[in-house]
Ligand binder design. Structure first.
Ligand code: NAP
Length: 254
């Protein structure tokens, strides 16, 4: 375990699975006290167990990021437990319904926007208020390669992720002189339960075609994204703000 985040408090949303779980484990490994938040208590508690087994410090907090009351409770609970908030990884997200723009229902559109965009806004709003009081903090939002390019069949997701990058840039500018950095990661296709549920991993042909969209001809791992998140949260990126860091095996370069 390194000392990079010794004495720091890191909050990770959607930490019950996939990229969020890997990031929570990485922050704990680097010495942070981690608030593991998710809408799924069983999976979130499992992440906490894994952190404790690895010798780290963490606690679970149930929150649906699309509900402001939950987000307020989440930040209040973090402050009650640990007294401060140094790092926030706004990671919770859903893939939502696939289909052309004309085939999307308003309900399907709203579901994806509520979690993937409004959820990030609500978290940032309350995280920034606390970090401003402290005069320090680092926020990393989980966008996607689909925050930078279009992808047929994923209109709501792509629109939400473009929105996340817009929000990231605005907050980065607004808080740049207040000791707070705001960045984003833009992962390519990463092997997680989200892709499994969408049926993209089981079918060998679909998986191969996804792999071929990346210059490295493979999918990424949650741990590879977590390393980028830890970098953006650390002092090693002290002059980096408003940046959408591609962690995409060359997807967008092709
Ligand atoms: P995942 O394996 O499904 O994990 C996401 C976690 O977030 C799950 O535990 C999920 O709970 C939780 N969650 C869903 N809605 C929530 C809400 N309203 N409030 C709080 N937690 C919620 O997904 P992942 O692949 O790790 O994705 C994490 C983030 O990375 C997302 O923002 C996603 O858009 C982004 N991303 C993923 C990829 C990829 O290829 N996997 C690529 C680019 C970007 P449930 O399981 O109960 O839904």
């Amino acid at each position: 375990m390194t000392q990079e985040f010794e004495g720091k408090v890191a909050l990770v949303t959607g930490a019950g699975n996939g990229i969020g779980r890997a990031a929570a484990l990485a922050f704990a490994r680097e010495g942070a006290r981690v608030v593991v938040s998710d809408v799924d208590a069983r999976n979130g508690e499992q992440t906490v167990v894994e952190i404790h087994e690895a010798g780290g410090t963490a606690q679970f907090a149930l929150a649906d990021v699309s509900k402001e009351a939950d987000v307020i409770n989440l930040i209040d609970g973090t402050l009650r437990s640990y007294g401060r908030l140094d790092v926030a990884f706004n990671n919770a997200g859903i893939s939502g319904a696939q289909g052309s723009v004309a085939s999307l229902s308003e309900v399907q559109w709203n579901q994806v926007l509520a979690v993937n965009l409004t959820g990030v806004f609500l978290c940032m709003k309350h995280e920034l208020a606390q970090m401003e009081k402290q005069g320090s903090g680092a926020i990393i939002n989980n966008a996607s390669i689909l925050g930078t390019v279009g992808f047929a069949g994923a209109a709501a997701y792509t629109a939400a992720k473009h929105g996340v990058l817009g929000l990231t840039k605005v907050a980065a500018i607004e808080y740049a002189t207040k000791g707070i950095r705001v960045n984003a990661v833009c992962p390519g296709f990463i092997v997680t339960p989200m892709l499994e549920r969408a049926g993209l991993l089981a079918d060998e042909n679909i998986r191969k075609s996804l792999e071929n969209m990346h210059a490295m001809k493979r999918l990424g791992t949650s741990e590879e994204v977590a390393e980028a998140v830890v970098f953006l949260a650390s002092r090693r990126s002290s002059f980096v703000t408003g940046h959408p860091l591609l962690v995409d095996g060359g997807f967008v370069s092709m």
